[in-house]
Design a protein around this ligand. Structure first.
Ligand code: FES
Ligand SMILES: [Fe+2]
Length: 377
């Protein structure tokens, strides 16, 4: 129940139904997650040819593997014969082919149909024509990104462009050599909230002073409520007493050698729409990927990436991991606290954004544009 005309300080949010309506969520899956580049798995999870992962991208199950020539391949995880799910496992390894458990149609790592009962008696069946249907892939920052669109949008514009918009140039992220870092810890969060609440939360720091005591201790400027994402190229500076980006401000791990002095002792946060958040600090990178599964549920997979020797030597990364794990839990609790309010009749028309949150309106406009629904005046 917001007044018909808002004071200049406030901008309306999306209506409550935008966070609860299953029909709207299906539209988002179709026009956002199944159309845009989607960051699916860490490349190192596909270490050798035949290693595979299955992931849900929008409403589709996608099978991602590495072929003999070491290139990454991704396919709809659907058998061309009668549609059985080819791989039910989340991860695994095959020697040289995927065999459907139903009637044993068998596909090689390039997706080609290589065997099936009585296949030789059906010489007119094209092995490629009836092979697995592929989807576009790209590897960047040590992750495999997939795109289900028939004509994928430009990766340079949509993905790399987002990073440039936030940081000013692509070198600012390349300095961290993210592709060569190793996963020191992965935590998967099952969040009972709409994916847009999680994006909005990540984009603003109005809540930092209230719910992130440890983070504001390390990054004192966050106590003012201005998110690091507010200014192009800005990285929040560590507090003077702070030695590292850790839960108690104690010393971190080895600094990534490529990080230049002007990016040292700073924290950068980047949102790559629709489902990636990246945090850069001098000694590690925190990489979040969201998998929206329902209007009110989102799985968030978060990797803490360090220099390989830090991980291999078994150095204690727990104080480092604990800082952002706490931040994540504080944020996701806030999102879960907000989700039930989205279906309240009080919130039917939505809420309001204060000036330090006004940039979230651009995110809302973007969502509306993707769905073809103009913002109500
Ligand atoms: S459905 Fe896969 S072989 Fe028949
Ligand atoms: Fe937060």
């Amino acid at each position: 129940m917001i007044p018909t005309s808002l004071p200049d300080s406030l901008i309306a949010t999306l209506p409550g139904s935008s966070y609860t309506d299953p029909g709207g969520f299906a539209q988002e899956q179709e026009h956002i997650f199944e159309t845009m580049w989607f960051c699916a798995v860490r490349s190192s999870e596909l270490a050798t040819p035949g290693a595979f992962r299955t992931v849900e991208v929008g409403r589709e199950s996608i099978l991602i593997t590495r072929a003999r020539d070491n290139s990454v391949r991704a396919f709809f995880n659907v058998c061309r014969h009668r549609g059985a799910r080819l791989c039910a496992e989340e991860a695994g390894e095959v020697k040289r082919a995927f065999q459907c458990p139903y009637h044993a149609w068998t596909y090689d790592l390039n997706g080609k149909l290589v065997a099936a009962p009585n296949l030789t008696k059906m010489p007119d069946v094209g092995r490629t024509e009836f092979g697995l249907v592929g989807v576009a892939t790209r590897e960047w920052l040590g992750y495999v990104w997939v795109c289900l669109a028939e004509n994928p949008p430009s990766f340079e514009e949509d993905v790399i462009g987002e990073v440039i918009t936030r940081l000013g140039d692509v070198e600012a992220i390349e300095h961290y050599g993210i592709g060569d870092l190793a996963v020191g810890r992965r935590i998967v969060y099952d969040v009972r909230a709409n994916w847009k609440l999680i994006v909005e939360n990540f984009m603003e720091c109005y809540h930092c002073a209230t719910i992130h005591p440890e983070l504001t201790e390390v990054l004192p400027e966050f106590a003012d409520g201005y998110a690091a994402q507010y200014y192009v190229g800005h990285g929040a500076e560590f507090g003077e007493e702070v030695q590292g980006f850790t839960v108690d401000g104690s010393e971190g791990l080895d600094r990534i050698p490529g990080v230049p002095d002007d990016q040292d002792r700073r924290y950068y946060a980047i949102t790559v729409k629709p489902q990636v958040f990246i945090n850069l600090v001098p000694d590690h990178v925190i990489f979040h990927r969201m998998y929206p599964v329902a209007a009110d549920r989102t799985i968030v997979e978060c990797d803490w990436l360090y220099l390989p020797h830090v991980v291999e030597s078994g150095k204690d990364v727990s104080r480092s991991v604990e800082l952002f794990d706490r931040v994540n839990r504080q944020d996701f609790d806030a999102c879960e606290r907000t989700q039930p309010g989205m279906s309240s009749r009080m919130y039917a028309e939505g809420g309001v954004l204060v000036p330090s949150e006004h940039h979230i309106a651009a995110f809302h406009d973007w969502v509306n544009e993707r769905l073809g629904t103009p913002r109500p005046q």
